[in-house]
Design a protein around this ligand. Structure first.
Ligand code: GLU
Length: 427
């Protein structure tokens, strides 16, 4: 076995929110890297945090006011990039954490982007299509000075999709009096989206999983995989690994999940969800909860649902040899040391789920050129960039004798701080 587990990582407990959880890893990596104190302070804080009120005339005639956020963590490597999520519990602390994760993610993937994230506190399931459109358009109008193809480029995230991106593009374009496709990525292909973008995050998870399997001698054919979350990331990861011969023994969504030791027919599960919106009411195996799924007997665990799923309590019961973080922040910092001491390899979120933003970059490039690539070009380039990113992080882990998570942060901090030093501080 390689020595990437042997580092005596400091064990922190009691982080209160996702931003602090991110900072714990950033602090550990900055310490190992010996990051200059001034640069540390620069990179710790986001450069801009915007909170807007979004009034929406609801279908029932009532006026409701929603809260919207956009946090620019930095624009050192280029314009800031990152998705927008719609959720009832999203807040500025979560968006701050997600924005800084985008900085590290883009740096690791070698993209010319800084990091950002946005969100609207709302329950999208309770909104009609019309209300969702009004909410999106007014949010975009309120962010007119923030967004821009050379400034800050949003994309889909939790509960936002191609249609939402199309509304953002149209609203921005109406104000600018010209069509500006490059202001947002993750658009439908017919209005400047990229082929392969929809599947890109899941495809990247599959690529990262296979790259890791190669390092720890797991044969993908027949390996047991459990996938938490059956949205865009989880279902595509499951489908592509299923196509590689893996046995997907457990899947779940917000309604719960199923375990089947003989393997689940993933294309059938995808068809079911297409028809019924959730896995509820299907019969793909023994019903299990989302918590039980994490502790299932399997080789590979892919948490692809939401934050803070793996914690100090359940980390000791996880049976997988390899965890591939499809979601952003599925592992609390308090679980890192437990997983490391148990020699469970973790491909961290900022590496594992970077396929989405990599193809967003391709979309932005294609929009700027006005020339669109074939899907096999997109997938081929994604494969190459993900593999390069994986290798870079893997060799950083060997160099610093650290976990892959800390190595990913160290690699990103190295790149971003080098560019920051070259650009210098203006003022
Ligand atoms: N929301 C995705 C992420 O967390 C994609 C961001 C993007 O494409 O800009 O990586």
């Amino acid at each position: 076995m390689s020595n990437i587990y042997k580092e005596p990582a400091p064990y922190h407990k009691g982080e209160a929110n996702p931003f602090e959880s991110m900072l714990i890893r950033f602090d550990q990596a900055a310490q190992i890297y010996n990051l200059d104190k001034g640069l540390y302070n620069y990179l710790k804080h986001p450069v801009k945090q915007v909170i807007v009120s979004i009034p929406v005339q609801m279908d029932n005639g009532n006026l409701e006011v929603f809260e919207g956020y956009r946090v620019i963590h930095d624009n050192i490597l280029g314009p800031s990039k990152g998705g927008i999520r719609y959720a009832p519990d999203v807040d500025i602390e979560e968006v701050k954490a997600l924005a800084s994760w985008m900085t590290w993610k883009c740096a690791i993937a070698n993209l010319p982007f800084g990091g950002a994230k946005g969100g609207i506190k709302c329950d999208p399931k309770k909104l009609s299509v019309g209300e969702l459109e009004k909410l999106t358009r007014r949010y975009t109008a309120n962010m007119l000075e923030i967004f821009g193809p050379d400034i800050d480029i949003p994309a889909p995230d939790m509960n936002t999709d191609e249609q939402v991106m199309a509304w953002i593009m149209d609203t921005y374009s109406m104000h600018k009096r010209k069509t500006v496709t490059g202001v947002v990525t993750g658009k439908p292909v017919i209005i400047g989206g990229s082929r392969g973008r929809r599947e890109a995050t899941g495809r990247g998870v599959m690529i990262a999983t296979l790259a890791a399997c190669g390092k720890i001698n797991i044969e993908p054919a027949g390996m047991e995989v459990a996938v938490q979350g059956f949205g865009n990331v989880g279902s595509v990861s499951a489908k592509l690994l299923f196509e590689k011969g893996a046995k997907i023994v457990a899947i779940s969504d917000v309604t719960g999940g199923f375990y089947n030791k003989d393997g689940i027919d993933i294309p059938a599960a995808i068809e079911f969800v297409k028809a019924h919106k959730t896995l509820e009411g299907s019969d793909f195996g023994t019903p299990i909860t989302n918590e039980e799924l994490l502790e299932i007997d399997c080789k590979v665990l892919i948490p692809a649902a939401k934050e803070d799923q793996i914690n100090a309590d359940n980390a000791s019961r996880i049976k997988a040899t390899l965890i591939v973080e499809g979601a952003n922040g599925p592992t609390k910092a308090e679980a890192d040391e437990i997983l490391r001491s148990r020699e469970i390899m973790v491909i961290p979120d900022i590496l594992a789920n970077s396929g989405g933003v990599i193809v967003s970059y391709f979309e932005w490039v294609q929009d700027r050129l006005g020339y669109f690539w074939e899907e096999e070009d997109v997938n081929g380039r994604l494969n190459r960039m993900m593999t390069e990113a994986f290798d870079a992080v893997y060799f950083t882990a060997l160099k610093y004798n650290s976990t892959l998570r800390l190595a990913a942060y160290i690699y990103a901090i190295d790149k971003v701080s080098q560019v920051l030093k070259l650009r210098g501080i203006y003022g």
